[in-house]
Design a protein around this ligand. Structure first.
Ligand SMILES: Cc1cc2nc3c(=O)[nH]c(=O)nc-3n(C[C@H](O)[C@H](O)[C@H](O)COP(=O)(O)O)c2cc1C
Length: 179
């Protein structure tokens, strides 16, 4: 069987994946009392029985070894007015110590990992598995505790390399009749 040419480039791949609109999270952890945090959008729900989610973390990121060592994390799902938080916690080389000084947060009751104020929801988790995947690790975690804003603000979105907000929260309506 002839295979199609393997000519996908990094640039094409980035452009294509950038068309997959996503939310934006800040993942946090705590190691020996020291808080770590970074912006992440490669996040996905995995399983309901048990409750599993995943986040893909670049192996070169400082957060990587911190979270793998800690074994616990919290996923904070950002709101539309938290773009500056996202930008700050995605800034390479920012000081790790005190990086959450200006970001209001509390330690999560289940893990101690920081839960950010003003987010739509937070999920605390315990790492279940770490799978090597190219220059990233796929970190699978079991959800231990959830905090939900009962009246969530609009979400912060990322699409085609830019931050976005929903123009409207209206649903698309029922699907058209089949056939
Ligand atoms: C919108 C957005 C989403 C990101 N998603 C991820 C991600 O899912 N995984 C990842 O490893 N890095 C992601 N990054 C990059 C990290 O946030 C960035 O490399 C950060 O500086 C790493 O922090 P550290 O060096 O303290 O570990 C994202 C950045 C932005 C702006």
């Amino acid at each position: 069987m002839t295979r199609p040419p393997l000519d996908a480039t990094e640039a094409q791949f980035r452009l294509a994946m950038g068309r997959f609109a996503s939310g934006v999270t800040v993942v946090t952890t705590v190691v020996d009392g020291a808080e770590h945090a970074m912006t992440a959008s490669s996040v996905c729900s995995v399983s309901v029985e048990p409750l599993l989610f995943l986040v893909c973390i670049e192996r070169d990121a400082r957060f990587h070894d911190a979270v793998v060592g800690a074994g616990v994390l919290a996923l904070n799902i950002l709101s539309a007015d938290q773009r500056a938080v996202s930008e700050w916690l995605a800034t390479r080389g920012r000081p790790v110590h005190g990086q959450l000084e200006r970001v209001p947060h509390v330690p999560g009751p289940a893990t101690g990992a920081p839960l950010l104020a003003g987010v739509q929801a937070s999920i605390e988790g315990r790492i279940d598995a770490v799978h090597a995947a190219g220059d990233h690790s796929i970190i699978v975690a079991e959800a231990l505790a959830v905090v939900l804003d009962p009246r969530p603000p609009e979400p912060l979105l990322h699409y085609r390399s830019g931050y976005r907000a929903l123009a409207s929260l209206s649903a698309l309506g029922p699907p058209p009749p089949r056939g």
